[in-house]
Write a protein that binds this ligand. Structure first.
Ligand code: UDP
Length: 362
C-alpha cells in the first residue's frame, strides 16, 4: 500500500487488519513518509511499515522487491489538495504523474495487479455547465466511467494541473494494460469524508485544506466559514466507511474488478457548499451543546482571494454507480447527516472546547 499513512490509506489499513479480506487478515507492506494517522497500527503483526518516499531513487530496490512479492499494489500516494493545484502545479504534476510512472511500469513488468486511486476530477466540468442548461439533461452532467468525456479548462487555469496529471496516469495505466497486459483497477473517488481527513489548519498543519477541514477549523476557532464564489458548487459526499467497503469488495473480487474503472461516491448525498456549511454549523451546535453555533457566521469570498489566480471549479459531480452495483454489489449507505455527525464528533472530541476543558480539569 503506497501512501498508506493518508486519510484513505489509514482507514483501509484499519479495515484490512481488523476485519481481514475474504476471511483472512492479509499481510500488508505499507509505504509512507508520514505515520501520524497510522501510529496505532505500526506494531500490528501483519503490517510492515516502510517510512520513506517510495518515489525516492534510493528506495527503488526495496520497492521493486515489495511490488514483485505482492498480490496487489494499492497506489494512494498523491498530492491531492486543491489549494496546491494552481499554486504548485509543478509539484502536483510531478507527484501525480512523474513519481507514479515507475511504480506503474514496475507493476507491469512484475505482472502485479495495480489498484490505483485516481480522482473524480478527471471528469473536469460538466457539459451542462458549458451549455448552461440548468442541469435539465442528466446525460450532460451524470458522470459515467466509460462514456463521459473528460473536459478541462485552459492551461492557464492551473486548477486542472491535478486533473490532467491524473487523467494522463489513467491513460498510461490503460496503455500498459493494452501493450504489456498490466492488470489494473482504477478508483475515481467522489469526495470521501470522515475522521482523519486532511489536516485542521493551525492544529495538524498549515495552509488551506479541503472544504471539510476548512469549515471544521473555522468552527473550532470561532472564525467565519468562507464560501468560495457564492458556495453554489455541488458535491456528492460519501462516508469513508462506505468508500472503504467498495475497495474491500474490489480486493475480494479480483476478477470482477480487473481492468475496470469505478466511481465511488454517494448520489443521495448531494449538497451545495452553502448547504454543507449550514448543515455543519447545525450539527456542531448539537454536538457541542452550544446553540450560538446555529448562527455561526458564513461569509463569501472570491476564488481569486481564497485560492489565488488560476482556480476554476468543478460545478457538479453526480456519479453513475451502476457499474459498482453490478460488479461489486456495492451500494453506499451512510446519509450525509450521519457522515457529518460522525466526523464532527471525532474532531470535537479531539479539539473542541469540551475536550480542552475536560483535559484541563483532569
Ligand atoms: N470551498 C469553500 N470554502 C472553503 C474550502 C473550499 O467554499 O473553505 C469550496 C471549493 O471552492 C469547492 C468545494 O468547496 O467548490 C469543494 O472543495 P474541496 O477543497 O473540498 O475539493 P474538491 O471537491 O473541489 O476537490
Amino acid at each position: 500500500m503506497l501512501g498508506c499513512g493518508g486519510f484513505v490509506g489509514s482507514h483501509l489499513l484499519d479495515r484490512c487488519l481488523s476485519h481481514g479480506l475474504g476471511g483472512a487478515v492479509p499481510e500488508v507492506v505499507g509505504w509512507d513518509l508520514d505515520d501520524r494517522k497510522i501510529r496505532h497500527l505500526v506494531h500490528h503483526p501483519n503490517f510492515i511499515f516502510r517510512q520513506g518516499n517510495c518515489a525516492d531513487p534510493d528506495a527503488r530496490g526495496q520497492l521493486l522487491v515489495d511490488l514483485r512479492d505482492a498480490d496487489v499494489v494499492l497506489n494512494l500516494a498523491a498530492i491531492c489538495n486543491p489549494a496546491q493545484y494552481n499554486t504548485q502545479p509543478y509539484q502536483v504534476i510531478r507527484a501525480n504523474f512523474v513519481d507514479t510512472f515507475d511504480t506503474v511500469q514496475m507493476c507491469a513488468e512484475a505482472g502485479t495487479w495495480l489498484l490505483h486511486f485516481s480522482t473524480s476530477e478527471v471528469y473536469g466540468r460538466t457539459l451542462s455547465s458549458y451549455v448552461d442548461d440548468s442541469y435539465a439533461d442528466p446525460a450532460l452532467y451524470e458522470l459515467e466511467e466509460d462514456s463521459t468525456p473528460l473536459v478541462m479548462g485552459p492551461v492557464a487555469n492551473q486548477r486542472w494541473s491535478y486533473a490532467c496529471a491524473k487523467q494522463l496516469m489513467e491513460r498510461f495505466i490503460y496503455g500498459c494494460h493494452t501493450e504489456f497486459g498490466l492488470r489494473f483497477t482504477i478508483v475515481r473517488p467522489l469526495n470521501f469524508f470522515g475522521p482523519r481527513m486532511d489536516f485542521i489548519p493551525g492544529r495538524e498543519g498549515e495552509g488551506v485544506p479541503r472544504v471539510l477541514a476548512c469549515f471544521l477549523g473555522a468552527l473550532l476557532d470561532r472564525k467565519p466559514m468562507l464560501l468560495v464564489d457564492g458556495g453554489m458548487a455541488r458535491r456528492t459526499i460519501v462516508g469513508i466507511g462506505d468508500a472503504v467497503d467498495a475497495v474491500v469488495r474490489m480486493l475480494e473480487r479480483p476478477d470482477a474488478a480487473a481492468n475496470q474503472v469505478f466511481n465511488v461516491g454517494n448520489r443521495a448525498n448531494e449538497v451545495t457548499m452553502r448547504g454543507l456549511a449550514e448543515m455543519m454549523r447545525r450539527i456542531y451546535a448539537d454536538v457541542s451543546g452550544d446553540v450560538s453555533y446555529l448562527s455561526h457566521p458564513i461569509e463569501d469570498v472570491s476564488s481569486a482571494e481564497f485560492y489565488g489566480a488560476g482556480y476554476e471549479d468543478c460545478d457538479r459531480r453526480m456519479p453513475n454507480l451502476a457499474k459498482a452495483r453490478r460488479l461489486l454489489d456495492w451500494e453506499p449507505r451512510m446519509p450525509l447527516e450521519d457522515v457529518l455527525r460522525e466526523t464532527i464528533q471525532y474532531y470535537y472530541e479531539k479539539y473542541g472546547t469540551g475536550r480542552a476543558a475536560a483535559t484541563r480539569a483532569a
